[in-house]
Design a binder for this molecule. Structure first.
Ligand SMILES: [Zn+2]
Ligand SMILES: [Zn+2]
Length: 266
């Protein structure tokens, strides 16, 4: 998310660093990272962002610490990463004369509420429900200049998300689905029980009424015999409960949240 000359990142799964570079976003511009929860698919890209962003190459050049805001466990994870990459950090300081202060990490464990506010850009965390053992798990709402965007993180259908996302301009929401023939599988049942189904997401969109709803984080499960549901089928199921603007999110998609509405580019 970019607003007011700031770039903040929500979650850092695989490939994020490459995608930022493809978009022309300087890695060094990302000083604030907000983590919804610590499942690996949301954090596995952190070492790449952190350590590539530290380099002196033109696409990186972070100045100052990487600030990481996340649930309980975030500090331990970041300290452990510092240990894991100790050789790389020590060697680059000695060999490339990189500044130690630019590889520093400042981890903050957050609770529901406003977690960051600077120059009119406000980031709020709100509790979502990603399962009984995955607490806390957050969604985030970004507010700037009377406009807003919400990212659901991973969650089951959740009233608190609806409360915080109501009236937002842009709602980016995860979804999970399998075909009925596969519902007997305990593995698939467990995954579905931690996420929002397309019809439920349709209810979320209908009640929050964003100017644009976008699906992301598709957990579409299949087997060699029974193929995964397509993204278009997911949209059709959501359409049972929602008739407003809805898009399938793709890598490198760019949303511009203006006062007149949300426009989409690539
Ligand atoms: Zn998760
Ligand atoms: Zn996930």
């Amino acid at each position: 998310m970019q607003a007011g000359g700031q770039t903040v990142l929500i979650d850092c799964g695989r490939g994020v660093t490459q995608r930022l570079i493809q978009l022309g976003v300087k890695l060094g511009a990302v000083n604030q990272l907000f983590i919804t929860h610590l499942h690996s698919d949301h954090v596995v890209g952190i070492p790449d962002l952190w350590l590539t962003g530290w380099l002196e190459i033109p696409s990186a050049q972070r100045k100052g610490a990487l600030q990481v805001f996340g649930p309980e466990g975030t500090r331990n994870m970041m300290e452990s990463l510092e240990k894991a990459y100790e050789w790389d950090i020590r060697t680059r300081i000695a060999d490339q004369k990189l500044a130690k202060e630019n590889v520093a990490v400042f981890a903050t464990e957050i609770k529901e509420g406003v977690v960051y506010e600077r120059d009119g850009l406000k980031v709020s965390a709100f509790d979502v429900d990603h399962g009984d053992l995955i607490k806390p798990a957050f969604g985030f709402r970004i507010d700037y200049g009377g406009r807003s965007a919400v990212v659901s993180g991973d969650t089951r259908f959740n009233e608190n998300l609806i409360r915080h996302a109501t009236g937002t301009d842009l709602l980016i929401h995860q979804v999970a689905a399998v075909r009925p023939e596969l519902l007997a599988s305990p593995v698939f049942q467990a995954i579905l029980a931690h996420h929002t189904k397309p019809e439920e997401a349709g209810v979320v969109f209908a009640r929050t009424k964003p100017r644009l709803a976008v699906f992301y984080h598709f957990s579409l499960l299949g087997t060699p015999q029974v193929p995964a549901m397509t993204e278009q089928e997911v949209v059709e199921l959501a359409r049972k409960n929602y008739s407003g603007p809805l898009l399938v999110g793709e890598d490198l998609m760019v949303f511009r949240v203006g006062h007149e509405g949300v426009s989409v580019g690539k």
